[in-house]
Design a protein around this ligand. Structure first.
Ligand code: B12
Ligand code: SF4
Length: 473
C-alpha cells in the first residue's frame, strides 16, 4: 500500500539501542534513563489490512478500511495531514452507523442527539484504534470526527483530514448526490472517523464496484434551502447559513445582533426568545443542526432500502412529508438563491433573513471563496468579465507590496475565477486589497473611495452592482 509513498521508511527502520554517551552525563544517570536502557528496544509490529480491520472492529467500528496517504485522490490532504502528524503514511477510515429512525424524526432534538451520540462514539473508537496502533510501535493520531477543528484557519479549511475523501479512497462508500458518503449497507446513516498513522499496512481494500446512490433525488426535494442540485452540485452557503445557524459564524451573527441592539425590546425584535433559548441550548449542551434532511430521506443502502423498494409513495409520505411539511424557521441571506427557494417551495416554513457571516479572512482567500458564496439567481441573464488589480501589503511589519490579479467571469448563472488578468474586461477594479475587502464587507462605500481617488473603476460601473448581488451579505 506504500509503493509510491515519499515519506521516509520510519516504521521499518531498526530500533536504536539506547546506549549511554561515552562520558556519562547527569541525564545518563537519571533513573528513567537507566530503567529504559535496561529494557530491550521495541520493534514496531508489521501490520496487515486484516490486523487493522480486526483492531478497529473490536474497538467498536461498524466498518473499516485503510488507504495509503500516497493515493492520488488524497494529494490535497497530504500537507494538512502531515501538519498534524509529520510522519503520516496511512489513513484508517472508520464507519459508525447512526440510528435511522432518530435521524428521520421531525423532532430535531432527537436527530441532533443521535448525531452527537454517534459522533462521540466515532471519536472514542478512533482513539482506541490510535492507542492500539501506537502500542504496536507506530506513531498514530485520531483527529476529531468534526469538532474541535483548527479555527485559526477559519473561514478557510479548518479540518485536519477530509473524512469523506478518505472513506471513498478506502472503498467504503461513494459520494451521493447529497455530497455525503453512502455506504453500500448502511446507506447515508453513518458518521466517519479517520485514524492517521505512520504504519505501513500491507494489503488493499477490494474495490467497491457499484454506486450505492439510486438517483431518486429525494435529497434534492427535501432540503429546505435548495442546497442540493439534481446534478449533485452542492450549494455550500445555503446549507451552512441555515443548518449551521448555531455554529461558528451563525453564533457570531447572534452576538453581533446583541452588540447592535439598542434595548431589550430592540434585541427581541431581532432575535426571538425561542431563538435565544435554542442558542443557549446549543452552547450549554452541543450545537444543534437545523436540518440534515438530505440524510434523513435517503433510501440508499442494503439495510435501509426495504421500505422504499416496497412502496415508494408510502415512504415519501412517512419519511419525507413530515420534514417538508414541518412549520419551522429557515435561515437564509437576503437576495440568496436559498431565500428564493424557501419562498417558492416551502411557503409553510418561516423564512428568517440573516446576514452572511462568511467573510473572507484576507484578500487572497476572497477569490478562493467566491465559488462558495456565489448565487446563480442574480447571475442569470447577463454576462460580464471583471479584472481585479489589487495592491496587497506584505506580512505585518514588512513594507513591500505585491499585486494580486484575478479575473472573474459571470455568464448566465455560472462563475469562473482565474488567476491573472485574462481576456477583455467589461470592468477593471484597481485599489488596495484592504480597501476592496472593506468595500465587500460594507465597511466602506465605493463612492467614497472613488471620490477620494483610492479606487479606480474602468468600464461599465453598473455591472459591479450586478456582481455584488451575486455575492449577497
Ligand atoms: C466542512 C464540512 C461541512 C460543510 C460542507 C459540507 C460538504 N458537503 O462538504 C457543511 C457545514 C455544509 C456541512 C454540513 C453537513 N455535514 Co459536514 N462536514 C464537514 C467536514 C468538516 C469537512 C468536509 C469536507 O471534507 N469538505 C471538502 C470536500 C471533500 O467536500 P466536497 O463535498 O467536495 O466540497 C463541497 C463543500 O465542502 C465546499 N468546499 C469545498 N472546499 C471547501 C473549502 C472550504 C474552506 C469550505 C468552507 C468549503 C469547501 O464546496 C464543495 C462543493 O460544494 C467533515 C468532517 C471532516 N473532517 O471531514 C464533515 C462531514 C462531511 N459532515 C458530515 C455530516 C453528517 C454533515 C451534516 C449531515 C450535518 C448535519 N447533521 O446536518 C450536513 C450535511 C450537508 C451535506 N449535504 O453535505 C459527515 C458526513 C458523513 C458522510 N456520510 O459522508 C462528515 C464526514 C463528518 C463525519 N465525521 O462524519 N459539513
Ligand atoms: S436521497 Fe436518493 S439521490 Fe439523494 S443521495 Fe440518497 S439515493 Fe442518492
Amino acid at each position: 500500500m506504500a509503493d509510491t509513498d515519499p515519506a521516509p521508511a520510519l516504521s521499518s527502520s531498526p530500533p536504536k539501542k539506547l546506549a549511554p554517551t561515552p562520558h556519562a552525563t547527569a541525564l545518563d544517570r537519571h533513573p528513567t534513563a537507566v530503567a529504559l536502557r535496561r529494557r530491550s528496544p521495541k520493534t514496531p509490529v508489521s501490520l496487515t489490512l486484516d490486523d487493522v480491520r480486526r483492531i478497529a472492529l473490536e474497538a467498536g467500528a461498524d466498518d473499516v478500511g485503510a488507504v495509503s496517504l500516497a493515493h492520488p485522490d488524497l494529494a490535497e490532504e497530504v500537507p494538512h495531514v502531515r501538519a498534524a502528524l509529520p510522519t503520516a503514511r496511512t489513513l484508517v477510515s472508520i464507519v459508525l452507523r447512526t440510528h435511522a429512525d432518530d435521524i428521520r424524526s421531525p423532532a430535531r432534538s432527537v436527530s441532533n442527539q443521535e448525531f452527537h451520540r454517534t459522533g462521540h462514539e466515532v471519536d472514542e473508537v478512533a482513539h482506541r484504534v490510535a492507542l492500539a496502533l501506537a502500542a504496536r510501535g507506530h506513531r498514530t493520531i485520531n483527529p476529531s470526527m468534526a469538532f474541535p477543528m483548527e479555527m485559526d484557519a477559519f473561514p478557510g479549511r479548518t479540518w485536519v483530514v477530509s473524512q469523506k475523501k478518505v472513506a471513498v479512497a478506502a472503498q467504503l462508500g461513494r459520494m451521493g448526490i447529497h455530497r455525503s458518503v453512502i455506504h453500500p449497507r448502511f446507506g447515508s446513516f453513518i458518521l466517519l472517523g479517520t485514524v492517521v498513522t505512520e504504519a505501513e499496512i500491507a494489503g488493499e481494500m477490494p474495490p467497491l464496484d457499484f454506486d450505492p446512490c439510486v438517483s431518486c433525488k429525494l435529497c434534492v426535494a427535501a432540503c429546505p434551502v435548495g442546497a442540493i442540485e439534481p446534478d449533485g452540485t452542492f450549494r455550500f452557503s445555503a446549507c451552512y447559513d441555515h443548518n449551521y445557524r448555531e455554529f461558528m459564524t451563525g453564533f457570531t451573527d447572534f452576538i453581533e445582533e446583541v452588540a447592535d441592539s439598542k434595548s431589550r425590546e430592540d434585541f427581541r425584535s431581532r432575535v426571538t426568545p425561542s431563538e435565544s433559548a435554542s442558542m443557549w441550548q446549543s452552547l450549554a449542551y452541543q450545537p444543534n443542526y437545523k436540518a440534515a434532511y438530505c440524510i434523513a430521506v435517503c433510501p440508499a443502502g442494503e439495510d435501509v432500502m426495504g421500505p422504499f423498494l416496497a412502496d415508494r409513495r408510502a415512504f415519501v409520505a412517512d419519511v419525507m412529508k413530515p420534514l417538508t411539511e414541518k412549520v419551522e424557521t429557515v435561515y437564509a441571506v437576503a437576495g440568496s438563491d436559498a431565500a428564493a427557494h424557501v419562498q417558492k417551495r416551502f411557503p409553510n416554513k418561516r423564512l428568517k433573513v440573516i446576514s452572511s457571516s462568511l467573510a473572507p479572512a484576507n484578500i487572497e482567500s476572497l477569490f478562493r471563496s467566491l465559488p462558495l458564496t456565489f448565487q446563480r439567481g442574480p447571475a442569470k441573464g447577463w454576462r460580464g468579465t471583471f479584472h481585479f488589480d489589487l495592491a496587497v501589503r506584505g506580512p505585518e511589519g514588512a513594507s513591500e507590496k505585491h499585486t494580486l490579479r484575478a479575473t472573474v467571469r459571470i455568464d448566465d448563472g455560472t462563475l469562473e475565477v482565474e488567476d491573472g488578468l485574462v481576456g477583455m474586461p467589461d470592468v477593471t477594479v484597481r485599489c488596495s486589497g484592504d480597501l476592496w475587502l472593506d468595500i465587500v464587507a460594507k465597511r466602506r462605500s465605493p463612492v467614497w473611495a472613488v471620490v477620494r481617488r483610492k479606487l479606480k473603476i474602468v468600464g461599465e460601473r453598473s455591472l459591479l452592482d450586478r456582481f455584488a448581488a451575486c455575492f449577497p451579505r
